[in-house]
Write a protein that binds this ligand. Structure first.
Ligand SMILES: Nc1ncnc2c1ncn2[C@@H]1O[C@H](COP(=O)(O)OP(=O)(O)O)[C@@H](O)[C@H]1O
Ligand SMILES: [Mg+2]
Length: 349
């Protein structure tokens, strides 16, 4: 390959690589300072090539390592994690550049920005804590009810039935959680590959009502259902049920904490628009304005206030939004902090 082509390739590489590249020669003169390095140190690369590194950058762990390698004929490769003053974390790698006799003639530093990686790491760590907590809660409850049954409550038919309903609901919660974690798949299908069939929305909300009745009662909440005559819609039943149970889960969770309140499931047809609207209204803790549009983001949970103690992993609403959008529908929220919330899904007929 002709040398000038190779030179151009290196140049292209240096400018497009995601890392900051800095190289100095034996005199400390800067011979390479790519745009990423410019961004990092807030300098214009055009203006500093050929200047001495110590005239350009304040002395730091980084400049000291770079200079020490180039000054010392035998200086060897170094790797270290360093924190820049503006709270950014870097992996610093410094390579000696050798002449044919094996003596160092320059030093090349690669600075890899790890800040984003560390953020992801933190999110994942928090996720594991949240998931373990979420799994533990229903399992502890299931175990508790089973033990009570085994100790004798099973002989009372009414109590037995009630406990089994709670166990059933808690098991559903576990299944939903696991489904949510399994990369947003519903009934084994990915959201993108969902199949659509005609569904009766009245049936969906009745199932929902029966499913949550025992749980609402156990938390001292009134559960109501209200519906006009509804047309058939086209959708994926498992997926829509997952959305509705996510919304009900939240309503029960964020109202139950107050130990009293009301949740209403209502459905109506939006005349003239050819759409069905399902609302889940609660009289729970509500959501303040600044958080209202963030709650649909993945892993977003409101960290302050009473909700922070409730657990959750912040996936429910983001998955619900994806499912509803795949149905060409809309999911909306209205809320008054301290008064309650209404989540609405609007689906085309
Ligand atoms: N009905 C509700 N009332 C009050 N806050 C809610 C309600 N639904 C959702 N939220 C807020 O939105 C956040 C995200 O909800 P979601 O995605 O379901 O995650 P999770 O339930 O795992 O926390 C919740 O943590 C909560 O702060
Ligand atoms: Mg939730």
């Amino acid at each position: 390959m002709p040398k000038n082509v190779l030179g151009k390739i290196y140049e292209t590489l240096a400018e497009n690589i995601n890392d900051a590249l800095i190289s100095i020669n034996k005199e400390g003169k800067i011979i390479l300072f790519n745009q990423k390095a410019g961004n990092l140190f807030n300098l214009d690369p055009q203006k500093i090539v050929q200047k001495k590194i110590w005239d350009i950058l304040v002395t730091s762990e980084f400049t000291r390592s770079l200079v020490s390698i180039v000054k010392n004929a035998e200086g060897a490769y170094r790797e270290q994690i360093i924190l820049f003053p503006n709270e950014r974390l870097f992996l610093m790698q410094i390579f000696p550049v050798k002449n044919p006799e094996g003596k160092n003639i320059a030093a090349l530093a690669i600075l890899k920005d790890l800040t984003e990686l560390r953020k992801i790491e933190k999110t994942m760590h928090q996720l594991i804590i949240d998931v373990s907590h979420e799994l533990k809660t229903p399992i502890t409850s299931i175990k508790g009810f089973i033990e009570t049954l085994l100790e004798g409550s099973y002989q009372d038919h009414k109590v037995c039935y009630h406990f089994l309903q709670i166990i059933n609901e808690e098991t559903n919660r576990l299944i939903r959680l696991i489904i949510n974690l399994l990369d947003l798949s519903i009934g084994g299908q990915k959201i993108q590959d969902m199949t659509f069939k005609p569904i009766d929305p009245a049936k969906l909300i009745n199932t929902l009502y029966n499913m949550f009745k025992p749980l609402a009662e156990a938390k001292n909440l009134i559960l109501e259902i209200e519906s006009s005559l509804l047309p058939i819609i086209k959708g994926n039943e498992d997926a829509l049920m997952q959305v509705l149970t996510n919304l009900m889960d939240n309503a029960v969770k964020f109202t139950g904490i107050l130990n009293k309140g009301k949740i209403k499931i209502s459905a109506q047809i939006l005349e003239g628009e050819g759409k069905v609207k399902i609302d889940i209204t609660d009289t729970g803790i509500g959501i303040d304005k600044k958080n209202l549009n963030k709650i649909f983001e993945q892993y977003y949970r409101i960290k302050d206030g009473p909700a922070s103690k409730l657990g959750g992993i912040g996936l429910g609403l983001s998955i619900s939004k994806q499912i509803i959008e795949a149905h060409k529908g809309e999911i909306k929220v209205k809320s008054i902090h301290g008064k309650g919330s209404t989540f609405s899904i609007i689906l085309p007929v």
